[in-house]
Each structure stands twice: as structure tokens, then as C-alpha cells.
Design a protein around this ligand. Structure first.
Ligand SMILES: Nc1nc2c(c(=O)[nH]1)N[C@H]1C(S)=C(S)[C@@H](COP(=O)(O)O)O[C@H]1N2
Ligand SMILES: [Mo]
Length: 369
């Protein structure tokens, strides 16, 4: 790692009690948009509505000249252009991506970074070639520990100049699911989603899915790059080495019912029967149960689940409700087949990662006419 200015490296900051979102955070939020929650209606999120997270700039890449290098601890280093990647076996997987920082801005104290509420999620159909056979063709050397994925983007983070790089443990990289994707929802990858090539690691939080992928390097020790050893770790104190952020914790979201108030986003609803719905997902195991509350968590009831689809894509749920005049707080909570669920109090860590706090949707039901 190159350290540009030691004085600015170090732990991310926590906001003071009552400190508002800064202009810098607003700048990040304006670049990295979330998925409008009404888009929870789609099984597959249209590309323009999928959330975005780009640490630096969208790099200048060119699909006609782009190459992927596979090197490090391999029997035969490989260099493949897009035409060569397209000749390899082709798969399409429906995968829900969620940023590890989703929900961060709702935490107390609030970690200062991209200020997500709950909308840093989307589900796309990614087409490309499976990663594991490519690694096997290169020949994974004995003693391989991590597989490092390098993007074409470059920047500085907390004083450290770097290419965006993330490593996966070799056993995860050799699973069946990860793929090198060159299409999203049946069209070439858009620039903001990693054109012309990105990694997709079904079940893992967003940071693992390296965009603008240009190099894969197998190494014989735990990779110590910034995004693995400094950034994406769950820690309580700045000096805590922490544990790595990995798979997506279960979460359910409610598709906001009725219509919104422009500023407050409070939902306005007419009284009477209404079917609430939304989506639920987990990167550990398929979703088995969704519960809904319409009284701010005092009582919970079982929602009906839609058809089970791909293991790493969200699942629809619905819940019939009779809206009565007055204010209500509506929430949903997911439980997966591993027994993981959404806790009453969100797990807090200094980065605000993997906090699957329960969304609260404020609903104002009008008086009966
Ligand atoms: N090269 C590169 N890959 C990257 C990032 C990045 O900044 N550079 N951001 C990561 C993060 S933090 C997330 S959440 C996902 C977001 O993917 P999306 O923008 O396609 O939704 O991309 C990941 N891959
Ligand atoms: Mo992210």
C-alpha cells in the first residue's frame, strides 16, 4: 500500500451526537444513488434503478482493447480479451447485491461515509463465465490463500493511494457461484456497473463484486490491501483489528404503500383493505420466513412468501392489511434457512457495515370520507 499522507490515514470518523450530514457526505450520496424503493416491485431491477457505489471515478475502459490477466501463484498465466471470455461457458445468474454500508446513516452514533438509509440494494441478471474453471485452467498453485481482484479505477482513501482491489479466500473463489460478468439484464455492462467486465460473488456484500476487472492474482498469504485489511472490517474501536465483512445478513424491505409526501416521504394511504408487499434476501441461506408489523413492532404476523427463485436473489412477500385512520409504523423482518434474522437493535460497528436494522415506514391513513 502506498501511503500518500499519513496524517489523513487512520480510522473513519464517527459523527458527533446530533451532527447532520455534511456537504462531503452529500457529494458521495449524489454520485452513488440508491434504488428508489418503489422499484421493489420488479423481480429484476432495471439497470438504471439499481443502486450504485463507486469509490473513485468510473475509469476509462474500452471493451475492444480490454484484457484480463490471471497471474501470481498459477501454473500458466493467462491473458484474455472480451472475445476470449465470451467463448468460454456462459451462465446467467439472478443475484441481489447490497452495499455493506446499507443502513449506515440510521445508526447512532453515525459512521461518516456514504450515508445510506436502506436503499443500497438491487437485483440483476448477470451473464458471464464462471470463475472457478478459469482459475483451474490457469492452475491454482499449492499454498494458494487468497485471490486478488484488481479494478481499473484508482484513487486515494484515507490517505492511501490505490487501485480498487479486493481479495476472496481461495475456497470462496473456487465455489460454483462466482462469475466474471460482461452483461447485466441481457445488455452489455453499463459503464457505472463495471464495463466491460466485473466479478459477481453471489451472497457477498457489494464490495467483493469488483468492477472494471483487469487482473486476478493468486497469492500465498492473506491479502493486506486497504479494502481487505483496513476498510471492510467489523470493529468496535479504532485499534481493534476486527473481522472481515463477508456475506449479506438477512433483510426485508417494504415497498412503500400509497403515495408519498414530497419532503418527509411519509406515506399517505386511504383507509380500507390493502396488500402490503416487498422483498427479502440473505446471502447466507434462502429466506424462509418474513414477518410484518403495522404497529411499530408491538405485534408481528407472518407474511406469505412468493415463489422461491435463485438462492442469492431476493424473494417477494405479501401481507394483507386493513388500514385504519391514523398513523402507523410498518416494518418487515426476514429469517433465513440458517436461522439468521434481523435483530431488534441493529449490530453497531465503526464502519456501519452489515447492520440489517429493521426498516420503519411511516404511514398516515386518511379519515374515512
Ligand atoms: N473496481 C471497483 N469495484 C467496486 C467498487 C469500486 O468502487 N470499484 N465498489 C464496490 C462496492 S462498495 C459496491 S457496494 C458494489 C456496487 O456495485 P454496483 O454499483 O454495480 O451496484 O461495487 C463494488 N465494486
Ligand atoms: Mo459497498
Amino acid at each position: 500500500m502506498t501511503t500518500v499522507d499519513q496524517s489523513v490515514s487512520g480510522p473513519a470518523r464517527l459523527a458527533e451526537a446530533g451532527e447532520g450530514i455534511s456537504a462531503e457526505e452529500l457529494g458521495l450520496a449524489a454520485r452513488n444513488h440508491g434504488m428508489p424503493l418503489e422499484a421493489l416491485r420488479y423481480d429484476v431491477t432495471p439497470a438504471g434503478l439499481h443502486y450504485l457505489l463507486i469509490h473513485y471515478d468510473i475509469p476509462d475502459t474500452d471493451g475492444a482493447t480490454h484484457v484480463l490477466d490471471v497471474d501470481g501463484l498459477v501454473g500458466t498465466p493467462l491473458r484474455l480479451d472480451l472475445a476470449a471470455l465470451r467463448e468460454r461457458p456462459r451462465v446467467t445468474r439472478r443475484v441481489t447485491l447490497e452495499c455493506a454500508g446499507n443502513g449506515r446513516a440510521l445508526l447512532e452514533p453515525r459512521p461518516v461515509s456514504q450515508p445510506w438509509l436502506v436503499e443500497a440494494v438491487g437485483t440483476a441478471e448477470w451473464t458471464g463465465t464462471p470463475l472457478a474453471p478459469l482459475l483451474r485452467d490457469a492452475g491454482v498453485g499449492e499454498g494458494a490463500v487468497d485471490v486478488v481482484f484488481t479494478g481499473a479505477d484508482h484513487g486515494i482513501e484515507r490517505g492511501v493511494e490505490q487501485d480498487y482491489q479486493r481479495a476472496l479466500p481461495v475456497a470462496e473463489a473456487l465455489r460454483d457461484e462466482p462469475l466474471l460478468a460482461y452483461e447485466m439484464n441481457g445488455a452489455p455492462l453499463p459503464p457505472q456497473h463495471g464495463a466491460p467486465l466485473r466479478l459477481i460473488v453471489p451472497g457477498w456484500y457489494g464490495m467483493a463484486h469488483v468492477k472494471w476487472l483487469r487482473r486476478i492474482t493468486i497469492v500465498d498469504r492473506a491479502f493486506d490491501g486497504f479494502q481487505n485489511s483496513v476498510a471492510y472490517r467489523l470493529r468496535q474501536r479504532p485499534d481493534d483489528p476486527g473481522v472481515p465483512v463477508t456475506r449479506i445478513e438477512p433483510r426485508a424491505l417494504v415497498r412503500p404503500p400509497g403515495f408519498p409526501d414530497f419532503m418527509s416521504r411519509v406515506r399517505v394511504l386511504r383507509p380500507g383493505p390493502v396488500v402490503l408487499d416487498g422483498r427479502a434476501w440473505s446471502g447466507h441461506a434462502p429466506v424462509r420466513r418474513v414477518e410484518v408489523t403495522t404497529d411499530g413492532g408491538a405485534t408481528w404476523a407472518e407474511a406469505a412468501l412468493g415463489p422461491a427463485g435463485d438462492d442469492f436473489a431476493w424473494r417477494r412477500w405479501e401481507f394483507p392489511w386493513t388500514a385504519t385512520p391514523g398513523r402507523h409504523t410498518v416494518s418487515a423482518r426476514a429469517t433465513d434457512a440458517s436461522g439468521r434474522t434481523q435483530p431488534d437493535r441493529p449490530p453497531w460497528n465503526r464502519g456501519g457495515f452489515a447492520n440489517n436494522l429493521v426498516q420503519r415506514v411511516e404511514v398516515a391513513v386518511t379519515a374515512a370520507d
